[in-house]
Ligand binder design. Sequence first.
Ligand code: NAD
Length: 313
Amino acid sequence: MNKIIVIGNGDVGSSYSFALMAQGLGSDVGIIDLDANKVAGDVQDLTHGLAYVGPKNIYSADYSDCFKADLVVITAGAAQKDNETRLDLVKRNAKIMKSIVESVMANGFNGIFLIASNPVDVLTHYVMKLTGFPPNKVIGSGTSLDSARLRSAVGEKFQIDPRDVNIYILGEHGDTQFPVWSHGNIGGLKITEWLAQHPEFSQEELVELSEKVKNAAYEIINYKGSTHYGIAIALARITQAILQDENAVLPVSVHLDGQYGSRDVCIGSNAVLNREGVREIIETPLDEEENKQMQHSIQTLKNMQQLVMEDEF
Ligand code: NAD
């Protein structure tokens, strides 16, 4: 049995549950949210699809259901209020996270945490500290969504299946993230080799795409209030890698222990994921400019982490 508890059933959480259904992931999916009616409605609605995807136990859960869960996925969070600074929001979401994690732990949970709530890197680090779990068991969605967005955008530009576009965005899931062009490849060709064979495209156009990706969330939120399908699919992919013991390489938020010259910070890096969670972190040798960007991202996150820890510990 693969038991998943989803905490937070808003746009992201409910889209994730739908992705689990559609992809046949998890045999037992419990949903928790402050809004019990929305959970009850979604549970019924999702259950109505089972005739077409096969059996699964989907239910309104409570925290006692976290006992023996394989995965607890946290997507609960508050949205920014008018006149609220980003830092106020961080502190408010850290408080929500603390109450959730304490309830999960009080029920003997010993599986893997997957965090999506923002700021995801800071909250992943916070959950690690709150639980005392080893770093392999606390994973943030990190730059999995950003990397997917860039791969899709580059794939669309070059008319290549995005699954064959291997370019990763690393660093903060936020403004200091950066694409690692130096290791990007399409069908085994380095990006520079690809561009040399396709002179109708330029490096500048790729840089524009990565800037557009960085701002994609703002653009989508402007259109419809939240982004949720992309992250739901990214979370489902991470879930699959873990539950199916895949040893898949994905860019997620992980706790550095000397990689990129840094310790005790959670940040988007490639990592090998399997049933144990993070099997190992892959440290990508960065060029000079990329390394500067990574160090800037690390420092930004460390500053934010410290503010959360000062307040809450
Ligand atoms: P939303 O407002 O639609 O949903 C949030 C849900 O959390 C609500 O249903 C609310 O009732 C619930 N909630 C709040 N406090 C709770 C608590 N203490 N216990 C249980 N449930 C609680 O928001 P959303 O659009 O679903 O976004 C959720 C989070 O995901 C936000 O922090 C958002 O920034 C983040 N997000 C992350 C990524 C990523 O790439 N990591 C992408 C998109 C959104």
